[in-house]
Design a protein around this ligand. Sequence first.
Ligand code: PGA
Length: 248
Amino acid sequence: MRKPIIAGNWKMNKTAAEAEALIAELKPLVAKSKPDVVICVPYTDLWAAKAAIAGSKIRLGAENVAWADSGAFTGEISAAMLKEIGVEYVIIGHSERRTYFGETDETVNKRLKQALANGLKPIVCVGETLVEREKNKTKRILKKQVLDGFKDVTDFSDIVIAYEPVWAIGTGKTATAEDANKTIGYIRSLVKKTWGAEVAKSLRIQYGGSMKPSNAKELMAMKNIDGGLIGGAALKAQDFAAIVNYKD
Ligand code: PGA
């Protein structure tokens, strides 16, 4: 009943001209795909990407959003600015934002509420580091990220969670499909306990971390995994399309 959603996270890659070229190559390759397809691109690519995806099923996403409406927040981009371009999705709390730019569960929560208030669909990232995993702290970390990150949120209908074990991002190391399924099952049980069975049943939870054409099918076959957040493999049209079309 949950429709799969495959989202690309381009990170700080591709100029606007390069974005146009990648999208032109991608469009025909995903024309018949069954999952929802999203590309989250750098702010400077958004206008060009919006024009380039016209007439396709590809949806547009940004990689972050400010928590305030407007004002003295140098370097930030507001939800209204994104909405005006036609942005639908926004990544919030990616581990790179948490590691390099001081994002916390509290800032994630503020950005999340701002996204929801403005009709943007958030893709909220959670996940443990290698040290946390080795110390057996995965559940504790995820619990804090989910409970604090989603504090005061009641409507989950537009929300997607991306479970991204930090040790698997950009490293070539993937969590085994069973492991990812189990951990995402834990996140789902946490959501069920806090927000109820209906929310838990309909909430889409992606796996992210070195997902690629060769492992997408196995990961997507797991009952708790509803999609993927794709970094490196989203930068090549053929690879991203192969993940989107994992069923074929
Ligand atoms: P990766 O990145 O696919 O390159 O591991 C995933 C992500 O950071 O969202």
